[in-house]
Design a protein around this ligand. Sequence first.
Ligand SMILES: *[C@@H]1O[C@H](CO)[C@@H](O)[C@H](O)[C@H]1NC(C)=O
Ligand SMILES: *[C@@H]1O[C@H](CO)[C@@H](O)[C@H](O)[C@H]1NC(C)=O
Ligand SMILES: *[C@@H]1O[C@H](CO)[C@@H](O)[C@H](O)[C@H]1NC(C)=O
Ligand SMILES: *[C@@H]1O[C@H](CO)[C@@H](O)[C@H](O)[C@H]1NC(C)=O
Ligand SMILES: *[C@@H]1O[C@H](CO)[C@@H](O)[C@H](O)[C@H]1NC(C)=O
Ligand SMILES: *[C@@H]1O[C@H](CO)[C@@H](O)[C@H](O)[C@H]1NC(C)=O
Ligand SMILES: *[C@@H]1O[C@H](CO)[C@@H](O)[C@H](O)[C@H]1NC(C)=O
Ligand SMILES: *[C@@H]1O[C@H](CO)[C@@H](O)[C@H](O)[C@H]1NC(C)=O
Length: 749
Amino acid sequence: MERCFFFIFLFIHSALAQKHVEDPSQNQKWLTLNGDRPLVIARGGFSGVFPESSQFAYQFALSTSISDVVLFCDLQLTKDGNGICQTELRLDNSTTISAYYPEGEKTYNVNGKNISGWFAVDFTVEELFNNITLSQNVYSRASIFDETLPIMTVEDVTGLRPPKFWLNVEYDMFYVQHNLNAEAYIEEALKHMRIDYISSPEIGFLKNLNGKLNTDTTKLIFRFLEADAVEPTTKQKYGSILSNLPEIKTFASGILVPKEYIWPVNAQKYLEAHTNLVTDAHKQGLLVFACTFKNDGIGSYNYSYDPTAEYLQFVDNPDFSVDGVLTDFPPTASEAIGCLAHNNKTRPDKGKVLVITHNGASGVFAPCTDLAYQQAVDDGADIIDCSVQMTKDGIAFCSESPDLMAYTTAMTTFMSRTSSVPEIQQHSGIFSFDLTWSEIQSLKPDLRSPVPSVSLPRNPANKNKGKFLTLPEFLDFAKAKAVPGIMIDIENAPYLASKGFDIVDIVASALRNASFDKQETQVVMIQSDDSAVLSKFKDVPSYQKVFHIYEIISSVPKETVEEIKKFADIVNLPRSSSLVILNSFTVKYTDVVDTFQLSNISVFTSVFMNEFPTIAIDMFSDPIVELQTFVAGFGIDGVVTDYPATARAYSRSPCIDLNANVPYTIFPAQPGALLALASPDALPPVGAPAPSLTVGDVIDPPLPPVGDATADGVGSTGLALPSDQPTNNVNLSLCVAAIVALTLMFLGH
Ligand SMILES: *[C@@H]1O[C@H](CO)[C@@H](O)[C@H](O)[C@H]1NC(C)=O
Ligand SMILES: *[C@@H]1O[C@H](CO)[C@@H](O)[C@H](O)[C@H]1NC(C)=O
Ligand SMILES: *[C@@H]1O[C@H](CO)[C@@H](O)[C@H](O)[C@H]1NC(C)=O
Ligand SMILES: *[C@@H]1O[C@H](CO)[C@@H](O)[C@H](O)[C@H]1NC(C)=O
Ligand SMILES: *[C@@H]1O[C@H](CO)[C@@H](O)[C@H](O)[C@H]1NC(C)=O
Ligand SMILES: *[C@@H]1O[C@H](CO)[C@@H](O)[C@H](O)[C@H]1NC(C)=O
Ligand SMILES: *[C@@H]1O[C@H](CO)[C@@H](O)[C@H](O)[C@H]1NC(C)=O
Ligand SMILES: *[C@@H]1O[C@H](CO)[C@@H](O)[C@H](O)[C@H]1NC(C)=O
């Protein structure tokens, strides 16, 4: 019930939490036209998650965004002169209209092109309300809210009492041809609603409106389309109109431009130097708004798939700030502007959560290379990690896996050395212990995408850069850079023993040799999935022992925790052990983190990445919201990440503290809340729960003597039967009832 209440709180959060008085010391000088904080403008509401311009999209934009969020509505006019909010002129992509009016398809000439589809001009508002519902028109986005919500009129949206309202009139000339009049519609509407901004890509329309309304309260904004598109009034290309800013100032207060007009992206998807557009427009007294931002398609490698990095490029650079951003994901824009901008990068953070790398900054450079480790240091990681592997000639070096196929170009050179080692993995590989160190040094590291099913390559410019480090080189590097700590990961110890390598002794001596055993300035963590390995380090109490539990578990009984406590101080769990996720939606949280922490075992969670398909939709495909959910929501102690820069930006921000007096509070996702809003038919079936972690799972046999291992005690053994432990279930029915009640309240029905 407490969690349910929390969600309701989130829902009305714009009415309460985001409206508190701001601490004046937080006020920053922005390089916007008026020095004001840049605006977050929600295109069709929170259209990244919900069908665009639907009630859920607008309500969630209000409840999850910064307090002065602007709701953006694309105006379409109906046959009887009513205004509805829908982005496309044709309604067939985003509604079920074609099913209810199969004969309604028409072909019209729109700005010189014949276009076929279902047009609002052919239907009365009554007909559009009749049975027709909205659907997600970006097919890669969640469809579970489809066909449940009606079309909204402009009045429905302003009825939500948004802090600011923006009306975009994209097709005035088309409506005039159909004897409808957007200008008259607006003049009438302004008698009973406030419209803060009106934008249009048509100069004629804006010029007409200019004398007719109070431009102090309703600002006119000229919208630029792509540079090659032709402006219908002047027949000039938008690209050439750009050079005439003084002329634009005669009929508009500002401009709305595609973001590439400001930060161009080249064909290789790298960001080029910024243009002078914002500075030039500001000199003319014009506001500048940039569009369209989204989390599920970040256009340039320079942002490392971190959507907040893109906003910061526009609002927190030394030369200028845009006056607002038009986005499909208003919470992410809110956190970038309200929490991350203007943060002092040298200020030590609150230290609430440790940032631990996963093979160095492996999102940016190939895993375990010198460059990945240097990047991790530059990005402010607390702990850098080395997974130790052995070469045939006995050199210990850092690599995520003993199988070199996955992270190097070994396939092209050493295909003939492929072998099968079932003790390590099921598929065959090219193993480090079959190659000499000089052979391995001849390979190139390989930066690959962890999400091969979608096309999100990591920076191609860095693909084969960097070199591998031996363990002593890694330790020297950590010493020289004075990183706060290191984590050494040891896997496959029994198998390596059979190959004649005492990996525990090799690591222990290297640490001793680099005098990590007799110092207190740098933290040393030893990680393994093998309890026998961790037990071997008992005699160095200053080393923290991290038990790596790869299996996804849904619960852990007390006796297992007590057993783990005998050999580990920390556990490292997969994200899914804290949170049950189904088809990219969170279902519920587990009590695994709490159970460990109650016994004083710290919890790390791995692996965090920026790529949006790795992040649940409840976390808005936003890496910062995911971090906040695990850190502030579940209280984990460390995040293991491919992108330490993102985790550090988060941990440095004042918003990590839910009670901080800041312009915007990042709320943790509420597990199950979004699924509860979907129609039951849209829900996927819930699978069997993940198993519980038994004592037998965590006790490994003692390490075999070096040279004659039977090699069957590799890592953790399989898991026992699924648990019947009760899990902490959210009572969804109560939440649903509360949400429905609130929704009705909001709409005033
Ligand atoms: C429907 O949406 C898809 C994808 O967004 C787009 O390619 C297509 O042109 C749209 N069709 C219509 C009729 O608007
Ligand atoms: C559009 O359709 C009309 C009538 O079918 C035709 O006369 C006209 O040439 C078409 N225009 C274009 C640009 O294709
Ligand atoms: C549409 O809704 C009306 C009631 O508003 C109903 O009578 C009619 O059967 C519905 N049509 C379809 C095709 O569902
Ligand atoms: C983007 O990345 C490329 C390649 O690393 C670099 O050359 C360029 O300067 C970067 N652009 C900006 C604006 O930082
Ligand atoms: C940033 O923080 C550091 C350390 O607290 C401080 O010395 C420095 O003056 C701060 N810089 C700014 C611009 O506030
Ligand atoms: C021991 O440390 C020294 C100096 O730090 C280094 O040169 C040497 O390679 C190390 N030896 C081993 C076995 O790690
Ligand atoms: C956890 O640690 C605290 C402080 O170190 C101690 O007071 C408490 O008894 C410990 N709890 C358990 C379950 O070990
Ligand atoms: C949730 O609450 C409702 C109403 O109090 C109750 O009928 C239902 O059994 C509860 N469900 C669960 C799973 O606890």
